[in-house]
Design a protein around this ligand. Structure first.
Ligand code: 9YT
Length: 128
């Protein structure tokens, strides 16, 4: 059994500033759950290019609003509080935040905890 409070993560190496976002990583690869769980704030007015070629991600918006654009078809997906989007095809996308958006993100496979996006919006696969 594990209990993790957000305040346990704040200010640690698992509280990661990605520029357009901050990600507080609650459950990580080291926890051996097979996925990681992050509490992420996407900053208002930002647009982020993301392409998780090595991960599937579900993203549940619990505060705020914005949109996702899938780049294979230029489709615009409005996202607001109480809406989840799932990148089930490693979808390359733009994430636009109209307001600050608070997102609960689940990554498969789990991230190690300190990753930031590379120039292509990718995270590497965490090694053992
Ligand atoms: C929603 C999203 O993908 N935001 C970028 C940060 C990422 N979720 C993370 O590392 O927590």
């Amino acid at each position: 059994m594990k209990v993790v409070a957000l305040e346990d993560v704040l200010g640690t190496e698992h509280d990661v500033d990605g520029g357009n976002w901050v990600s507080r990583r609650l459950i990580l690869k080291k926890d051996n759950m097979g996925y990681s769980v992050h509490d992420t704030i996407i900053k208002a007015g930002t647009e982020t290019h993301i392409w998780y070629q090595n991960h599937l991600e579900s993203v549940y918006c619990i505060e705020g609003e914005g949109e996702v654009v899938t780049l294979k078809d230029n489709k615009v997906w409005p996202i607001k509080k109480d809406t989840l989007y799932a990148l089930d095809e490693n979808d390359e996308h733009l994430l636009r935040a109209k307001t600050d958006m608070r997102m609960i993100c689940v990554f498969n496979p789990a991230v190690a905890g300190t990753e930031v996006h590379d120039e292509n919006g990718v995270y590497p696969v965490a090694k053992d």
